[in-house]
Write a protein that binds this ligand. Sequence first.
Ligand SMILES: [Zn+2]
Ligand SMILES: [Zn+2]
Length: 255
Amino acid sequence: MKVKVLGFSGAEFPGFHPPGFLINGSLLLDAGTIGASLSENAQWKIRHIIITHAHLDHIKGIPFLADNIIIKNKGHNVTVIGIAPVLKTLKDNLLNNKVWPDFTVIPSPSNAVLKFVEIKTGETIRVSGYKVTAYRVNHAVPASGYVVEDKKGRRLLYTGDTGPTNTIWREACKTRIHRAIIEVSFPDKMEAMAIETGHLTPKLLRKEIEKMKIIPDEILITHPKPQHIRTIRNEIRRLRMPNIRLLRDSEVINI
Ligand SMILES: [Zn+2]
Ligand SMILES: [Zn+2]
């Protein structure tokens, strides 16, 4: 599995893009960044988008991608996968013909640019050769993390945004995880805000790792606030845990 990091930041600045992780060119985990990072041809290759939650920094690439597809009359559709409340929020508050056209019925309901598919937490579905399992996590809005397993049995865990949580560690870390992309948004001194908004700090992350039965081969940190990235990087180092580091924009992870 090849994962290209389109963005991994908890905010947007030049060089810092919101989360988007493209697996083998066609399966996108979160859609905070698409067009700001991918050429037109690369955008056409995206066929499935798995969304962790409906916060803007995880979905904002979708409306622009849909618009790009219709402009070029590509005639293909993209399947958006998420838990029911996430899909409902996208439909009610984004693709509502007010903020953006409803691309789930354009150009026609039977051949729309965007197709929505629900996944339930605890459920595993097959998505073009991958097994995708959703796990409830603990955020300010309904949210799920995912494990994506390829045909060779290589497993990627992605938390999306979460504060201290349990199910995903208990269920997903029963078996080997080859890479885990886990959020740390704030430095330790902002722990109160992290807890209140459903995020982690390096210190909170250490407690989460203690809940795992089998620790992933490598832990890659996503969603740091760029304004605090140096402090977060130093605090991650000070955990003195092997195989844990911050992601980098545009890097490609081989799993
Ligand atoms: Zn969020
Ligand atoms: Zn976020």
